[in-house]
Design a protein around this ligand. Sequence first.
Ligand SMILES: Nc1ncnc2c1ncn2[C@@H]1O[C@H](COP(=O)(O)OP(=O)(O)O)[C@@H](O)[C@H]1O
Ligand SMILES: [Mg+2]
Length: 326
Amino acid sequence: MRVAVVTEALGPDARPDQDDAMVQAEAVVAALDALGHAHCSMSFAGDIHALVDEIRRQRIDVVFNLVESVDGRGEVVDLVPAALECAGVPCTGSGAAAMRLAAGKLGTKARLRACSLPTPDWSTSDVTLGEPTGRWVVKSVWEHGSLGLEADCVVEAEDAAQLSREIDVRRTRLGGSAFAERYVHGREFNLGMLASGSGVEHLPVAEISFGGDDSGEPWIVGYRAKWHAGSVEDLATPRCFGLRPEDAPLVTTMRALAEATWREFGLAGYARVDLRVDERGAPWIIDVNTNPCLSPDAGFAAALAEAGIPFSSAIERILGAALYCA
Ligand SMILES: Nc1ncnc2c1ncn2[C@@H]1O[C@H](COP(=O)(O)OP(=O)(O)O)[C@@H](O)[C@H]1O
Ligand SMILES: [Mg+2]
């Protein structure tokens, strides 16, 4: 089998979150070597015809898609799977429709609500669901990896006009489109899922520990926490496994929500759903990640290790899902 590992074409001023695709590619290539699959690497700069021509020329059987943005823009992340679907080339991870849906957080939230899956209220510059007062987190619509997001994105609003201003002043740093989501001050969980036959296998649930600091300061896994290893923010948000026995009912509920999200969004291959739990113990979906990061130090690889699934076996399963479950 011949695999093309496709990443975003990066310039010298790529951000750390974009550079991470190369770390993922290295890990995937090492797994492909271990599995004995022939492979080559391709970078995608936005020209779908050039990509499809190269794939045909190199007689590629399946694409391992690690493209998370095009020219640094998450809004067009579905370009690669859409082009490959048109060309009839199998591609790992979620398909174009699911990628497009999950790429935008407003569309994601609207779909979650439409499916009666819990996601916090939200507000754009035009419309607010629920009361405008209280604590909100201003987030990017299209960008991921906490781009532009730090604790100062958690704001207290007195009315709709102020909330709208809080969104406006952060718009540029958040990649050009922003909205506010009701801030949930509580435990944060990552639920990784791997395709298994026609369903999913749940990986061990990871919790981000905020160290029990309850001074009221916002608990946020921001850009520095994710991409500046060793920073104060990184060290303050360690990931841990091994939940307490009394968390078992919560885990069951969260897994049901994550699996329902997988089904409703038509996710494929591998995915991660992130939740926050409020002071009443109710879980809220805050993020749906198609094709989550596969870097060795990121959450998905950690959850595989915790489950005792070798990284290369997971890569083989992701390839299998692309080839046989499309
Ligand atoms: N509604 C929320 N309440 C509390 N914290 C949130 C909320 N939304 C996001 N966060 C924090 O911000 C981080 C990044 O937000 P997220 O929506 O996952 O965006 P990204 O796609 O950039 O990962 C989350 O991991 C969490 O720590
Ligand atoms: Mg997230």
